[in-house]
Ligand binder design. Structure first.
Ligand SMILES: CC(C)(COP(=O)(O)OP(=O)(O)OC[C@H]1O[C@@H](n2cnc3c(N)ncnc32)[C@H](O)[C@@H]1OP(=O)(O)O)[C@@H](O)C(=O)NCCC(=O)NCCS
Length: 194
């Protein structure tokens, strides 16, 4: 029976430790916990409380806007939902998109899950959607995020100094990007790692 359940999981990408799958209404209780958590929000460009109805409407909007916004739940192979990763503001002429990620289950931070989720998402962005360049922005004090993005091939393109108010101070917003061209060799190595 567990194997049958696994077969039914709609994984758009399957890695060594995780899958990426579309979110459903059943994910909303976890989203509410993750995205109202001040520690997690301290790293995100979020500051208002998130209500159940917000999440219902957001899920509906995702279904309508999938040409421009695609979000997946990061789930362990064993079936534990850990967070979300997505592409936003997809632009089909310029072939660009903006990456966002949050691992809501904090005990899974620093275990390579973020790196794996981003590499799988970039595989989807570059090799399924034929995008060319993915950008993101990260707070200057989010050293874990920056280290993770570097491992996935992102480089710094710029910095908006003291741009975002967080926890009583203004933080730098660092702009990073990865191109399909440079990322391919990294992906080859990553895929073949035992
Ligand atoms: C940022 C996030 C996606 C990274 O995912 P993760 O699974 O924790 O990251 P990984 O384990 O793949 O990589 C993290 C790297 O940062 C390093 N790191 C951790 N803390 C660090 C610090 N203070 N300074 C420098 N490097 C640090 C780790 O050692 C690891 O590198 P290594 O594998 O070479 O040792 C995840 O922690 C998260 O969702 N955090 C909360 C929300 C958030 O910050 N979202 C991103 C907003 S832009």
């Amino acid at each position: 029976m567990p194997n049958e359940t696994k077969l039914l999981r709609p994984a758009i990408r399957t890695g060594k430790n995780i899958i990426l799958r579309p979110p459903t209404k059943a994910d909303i209780p976890k989203f509410l916990v993750w995205f109202n958590d001040p520690e997690i929000n301290g790293y995100l460009n979020r500051y208002l409380p998130v209500y159940e109805r917000d999440e219902e409407l957001w899920l509906e909007s995702l279904q309508k806007n999938k040409e421009t916004d695609i979000v997946f739940v990061i789930e362990t192979i064993g079936g534990v939902s850990l967070g979300t990763v997505g592409l936003h503001r997809i632009h089909w002429k310029d072939r660009t998109g903006v990456l966002g990620i949050a691992i809501g289950e904090k005990k899974y931070w620093n275990k390579g899950i973020g790196t794996e989720a981003i590499m799988l998402l970039l595989d989807y962005a570059f090799n399924a959607l034929n995008l060319r360049k993915i950008t993101l922005s990260v707070l200057g004090n989010n050293k874990r995020g920056q280290a993770c993005y570097h491992k996935c091939g992102f480089i710094v393109e710029g910095c908006c100094v003291r741009e975002i108010y967080k926890n009583g101070r203004y933080e730098d917003e660092i702009l990073m990007a990865v191109f399909k061209k440079g990322w391919r060799s990294l992906w080859k190595k990553y895929k073949n790692k035992p």
